[in-house]
Design a protein around this ligand. Structure first.
Ligand SMILES: Nc1ncnc2c1ncn2[C@@H]1O[C@H](COP(=O)(O)OP(=O)(O)OP(=O)(O)O)[C@@H](O)[C@H]1O
Ligand SMILES: [Mg+2]
Length: 459
């Protein structure tokens, strides 16, 4: 903080009183203060009101002119309300009355500094919002999302089948819609079918249609969704749950671009772009023979992986602001600010339900919240109380200095343990690509084998 007064004894006593709590430098009068202010960045300025030459009010005006975000605190004579008002008009953040009570002053200073930090955070958020890109209804600014938007744009231009993968709630359906909206078929229909929601017995005729009398109770024929999506896009959601028995028929249809309605003998050509999505690990389903490999390859022509929210850094706040805006407007209420404390929690939380969970959290906060700020109290207990699992090295002998490589090995094995052995997740959390992690693990395994081989007593 910069302390301005032309009375060195007051400066000294404040400096002494706040020692250890604030890094402080004093300036003897306004001219020196302005020179120091322009030379360096200050979190807060405290100035006396009455000084020779330029007084505190004018100095405050000049400082705020130079940096509108700097909080200035003015020291006024006890009971001098007029000068306090003049200071606030000049842009002072706060004032304190003499004689100075150090604890009171310290409290006001802390508030001023916190305010400045918050202004900085909001400014950073605004900048991120301005840099944020849109892709259909998807919002994002993180590198991984910008790469995804690029892939969507390129994928949309082609007619190739797309497989969208990602955890639940990451935005896979929005990706499918964006692919449709940005492509040449945007004018055609977007037809979605959820393979989990439709009962197995009905899915076949849903997709491929049926002729009249195909079932005992069918009087009319039905075209089926592949034909209804003609000229547009068919979105096969939760494709991982497609019954195994139906998979060969879907594969045939996709290969031949023709459908055979249930009960019919003829085939009808269809012209729809196929986008499929799943939150399951299709490759393991293939290994377990619960999903046909040939269908998997047919669908996986272009794969778009949507990253989990916890791997998108500041996008959490970007999306939170977006949802705050949406829900407040919808409720016809002024848009609340996100408090610094709430923002910090949102960033720390792991979001297992991804964007959907964040959206629900903000909707709830807007519905139940009062006041102009979304604070900690407006967040669900689960998020308020969240402590990230610390991946710590075991308590070691403090005198032990392990080679960095060994520390890395222990740390990686610990991380792997913390995520239940899921290598993709461990790589993501460690900021490594999967191949690098695999390489390291193989090396550790080889080393362990070599050591155990040399340690095995020879017969
Ligand atoms: N990047 C984003 N920008 C704005 N809104 C998003 C974004 N991603 C997701 N959403 C919103 O989050 C919610 C969940 O998205 P969506 O339904 O597309 O997820 P999903 O991956 O299909 O989930 P599931 O696997 O459970 O079906 C939706 O309300 C969607 O509008
Ligand atoms: Mg979905």
């Amino acid at each position: 903080m910069l302390l301005v007064d032309d009375d060195p004894s007051l400066c000294d006593s404040i400096a002494l009183g706040l020692r250890g709590r604030f890094a402080l430098r004093s300036a003897n009068g306004a001219a020196e203060a302005l020179a120091l202010f322009e030379a360096e960045r200050w979190d807060v300025v405290v100035t006396d009101l009455r000084m020779r030459g330029m007084d505190g009010v004018e100095l405050c005006q000049r400082l705020v002119g130079l940096d509108p975000d700097v909080p200035v605190l003015v020291l006024t004579a006890f009971g001098n309300v007029d000068s306090a008002i003049a200071a606030v008009r000049a842009g002072a953040f706060d004032f304190a009355q003499k004689p100075i009570e150090l604890d009171d002053l310290a409290l006001r200073l802390e508030r001023a500094v916190a305010h400045r930090a918050l202004r900085g955070e909001v400014a950073a958020l605004r900048a991120a919002l301005a840099a944020a890109q849109h892709c259909g209804e998807l919002v994002g600014a993180h590198g991984s999302m910008l790469r995804l938007f690029d892939l969507v744009a390129r994928g949309a231009a082609s007619d190739a089948t797309v497989l969208v993968v990602g955890e639940s709630g990451t935005g896979k359906e929005l990706v499918a819609r964006a692919l449709h909206a940005a492509g040449p078929r945007a004018g055609g229909p977007f037809v979605a079918v959820n393979c989990t929601a439709v009962p197995e017995g009905l899915l076949e005729s849903e997709l491929f249609g049926h002729v009249r009398g195909a079932f005992t109770d069918t009087r009319a024929e039905r075209r089926g969704l592949l034909l209804e999506a003609d000229g547009g896009t068919l979105f096969l959601d939760e494709i991982g749950d497609m019954p195994l028995g139906l998979q060969p028929k879907l594969l045939r249809a996709l290969q031949d671009r023709r459908v055979r309605p249930v009960g019919g003998s003829g085939e009808v050509a269809f012209d729809a772009r196929i986008v499929a999505a799943t939150h399951r690990d299709l490759e393991s389903l293939v290994e377990e023979r619960r999903f046909r490999e040939d269908l998997y390859y047919r669908l996986n022509v272009i794969q778009i992986a949507v990253p989990p929210l916890r791997a998108r850094g500041g996008d959490v706040l970007l999306l939170a602001e977006r949802f705050l805006d949406n829900f407040a407007r919808r409720a016809g209420r002024p848009v609340p600010r996100l408090s610094a404390a709430a923002a910090e929690r949102l960033l720390a939380y792991g979001w297992p339900g991804n964007v959907r969970e964040l959206e629900n959290c903000i909707e709830r906060a807007v519905a139940l919240g009062r006041g102009p700020e979304l604070g900690l109290d407006d967040l669900p207990e689960k998020i308020r109380a969240y402590r990230p699992h610390a991946v710590l090295l075991p308590a070691e002998d403090p005198s032990e200095i392990a080679p960095l490589e060994e520390v890395e090995r222990r740390y990686i094995l610990r991380a792997l343990e913390a995520v239940g052995g899921n290598k993709s997740e461990a790589a993501l959390r460690l900021g490594l690509d999967r191949k690098t992690l695999y390489r390291k693990l193989e090396r550790y395994a080889a080393l362990a084998l070599a050591t155990s081989a040399t340690n095995t007593p020879k017969p």
